[in-house]
Design a binder for this molecule. Structure first.
Ligand code: FAD
Length: 560
């Protein structure tokens, strides 16, 4: 007899990264019958590790709305340590950037260094975390199963036929064929592109501005920048406990340190960067890795004793993009729809936002039809399309700005203004509609146009040839950014007096209360919430209404 995956379900989710597993669990909590299909098995390596305040806000909202205590607890480094010490993670206090030049050690010129630090949290316990994805994704799968999700791994899907009321998925599991009828399919398979193939969704890569390959691994024995470059001016947090970005001529390198000392690191290499390297075509990833390190003496020192924990890997292009994100009876999670670049760590936050949006869409679905209507799916599609464009423009601008660190530091302020304004607004005025708020300023009359405008201005300076422009041009650009973000600048950004070292600035926030439509007194009253000093919000209406098991509810209430 043929072993069968359950013959029918309401929602089939393809791919059990954290996004697929969390959505499967959310839908189960709100009463759907969900099957989660995974090609591989857990635990498994996955890239995409650095979380952000906006990601954590989504995770908190998901935890509170659906009574999922672990989500709430994983949304702050301190709570993570207390409640889930078994899940490996790294303390991330902010975003650290250095500019390196070929064959020169990083120049420590004190406050004049090519160094930018932007704090994302006021202290360690409220900080974000790098997610050791093998642990975190495995955890979310186990929690999904515990919540009642029908999870099947080692599944090879081969077809999806869309009929009037169902989608018929076919494939095999452990060599045995199966069929599964679902009312709705969510593709959470990442760049795997399951539904893209089945539905022949055209690629949208042609309009993507960002192009880069990657060479990466996890390493033991990476030295701290603080040790390699002693005596750097004191920043708002220790430089290395952050998403560390090393900007180089050929692109940039990320370095994410986990609390156990393992470091996830990778070079993003532009096409012109690759062309300038002997091993740039990537057939020998280790040689490419060594060649890049050898060009940059400070990076070479940091990695001198480092040993990879798995073979160094290479991908010639990391971008992908489709032209549709949803339609009748189907939706793509963001990572299945588009990916631009790890710069600015947008992936996790964007994926979690989609979990929220689809969760709400299913909650709102007609009782008989049970799946989101076309209007809601069109809204989801439009949101992802605009947001993918926005991420692309912002990142493409950053690559253009890498020509000169002053340009880079100024352009980065657009990102930080967008996310800090969104974070503070969402924290101070929590609302169900936050999930649908445009990501990275999309739909905001002030912030929305800035990435495109910035990219155009930067291209005029660099002439798309990496020209650094004149001092005057760079200073005009920085002034333009400062003015352009002024109406949303609640974090004291783009302030030359800060010398590129930005702490979390509550004074600036209080001063700028009017930008948030709040009085000074209202902001002062709300500060404990931002400092993590107020008790956890009560368990959500939705979970309570659905009488979620009290054990979880109690755990959430106990969090303070
Ligand atoms: C180089 C790089 C660096 C990144 N760094 C960051 C970062 O620092 N911060 C950040 O926020 N984001 C980052 N991202 C983005 C991040 O990786 C994604 O946002 C995140 O992985 C999305 O999770 P997901 O669950 O949607 O998909 P994935 O993590 O891609 O999971 C997809 C799952 O689907 C399974 N699957 C694939 N095909 C099939 C199939 N046909 N059938 C069944 N199952 C299938 C896979 O095995 C996998 O388990 C990075 C991405 C890249 C490429």
């Amino acid at each position: 007899m043929v072993p069968r995956v359950k013959g029918s379900c309401e929602v089939a989710i393809v791919g059990s990264g954290f996004a697929g597993s969390l959505l499967a669990r959310v839908l189960t909590v709100i009463g759907y019958d969900v099957v989660l299909l995974e090609r591989g098995t857990h635990p498994r390596f996955a890239i995409g590790e650095s979380s952000t305040p906006l990601a954590n806000l989504s995770l908190e909202r998901i935890g509170l709305r659906y009574g999922m205590a672990d989500c709430y607890n994983l949304a702050a480094h301190g709570r993570w340590l207390t409640h889930h010490p078994e899940l490996r993670r790294g303390l991330k206090r902010g975003f650290t950037y250095y500019r390196h030049h070929p064959n020169q050690p990083f120049a420590n010129r004190g406050l004049d260094s090519e160094r930018l630090l932007v704090a994302a949290s006021p202290h360690d316990s409220l900080a974000d975390s790098h997610w050791l994805r093998a642990d975190v994704d495995h955890h979310f799968v186990k929690e999904a199963v515990a919540a009642g999700v029908d999870y099947r791994d080692r599944v090879e899907l081969s077809g999806a036929e869309f009929e009037r009321d169902t989608v018929r998925l076919s494939g095999s599991r452990s060599g045995a064929p199966f069929e599964l009828n679902a009312r709705f399919v969510v593709d959470a398979s990442g760049p795997g592109g399951f539904l893209a193939r089945q539905l022949s969704i055209p690629s949208g890569l042609g309009k993507t501005e960002t192009h880069a390959g990657i060479v990466f691994s996890h390493f033991d024995g990476v030295r701290l920048m603080d040790d390699v470059v002693p005596g750097m001016a004191k920043g708002p947090y220790p430089d290395d406990w952050a998403a560390v970005h090393h900007v180089i001529d050929e692109g940039w390198m990320y370095s994410l340190r986990f609390d156990d000392g393992v470091t996830s690191a990778g070079f993003m290499v532009t096409p012109s960067g690759a062309a300038s390297l002997k091993h740039g075509e990537g057939s020998d990833p280790e040689a490419l890795w060594r060649e890049l390190l050898n060009r940059y003496p400070t990076l070479a020192s940091a990695f001198a004793e480092a040993t990879p924990r798995m073979p160094i890997a290479f991908r010639s292009a990391i971008q992908h993009r489709l032209t549709r994100a949803a339609g009748e009876r189907w939706a793509l999670m963001p990572h299945a729809y588009a990916f631009v670049d790890p710069l600015f760590s947008t992936g996790i936050a964007w994926a979690l936002r989609a979990v929220e949006r689809l969760g709400l869409s299913f909650e709102a679905a007609n009782r008989n039809r049970r799946v989101p209507d076309l209007e809601t799916l069109a809204r989801y599609d439009a949101a992802l399309s605009a947001e993918a464009d926005q991420i692309d423009l912002l990142v493409a601008g950053a690559y253009e700005a890498m020509a000169h660190f002053d340009l880079f530091a100024a352009h980065a302020m657009i990102y930080f203004a967008s996310v800090s304004f969104a974070e503070v607004s969402q924290r101070l005025k929590p609302s169900d509609s936050s999930a649908w708020a445009g990501f990275l300023g999309v739909g905001d009359s002030v912030l929305g146009p800035l990435p495109r405008e910035s990219l155009a201005r930067l291209r005029r300076i660099t002439q798309r040839t990496g020209a650094v422009g004149t001092t005057g041009q760079r200073s005009v650009f920085a002034q333009w950014v400062a003015q352009a973000i002024a109406e949303r600048n609640v974090a004291g950004l783009a302030d030359p007096a800060r010398r590129n070292l930005y702490p979390v600035d509550f004074d600036a926030l209080v001063q700028q209360h009017a930008l948030l439509g709040m009085s000074r007194e209202q902001i002062l009253a709300a500060l404990p919430a931002l400092r993590g000093m107020s008790p956890a919000p009560p368990l959500s209406r939705v979970a309570a209404e659905r009488q979620h098991p009290p054990a979880i509810a109690t755990e959430v209430r106990a969090v303070t």
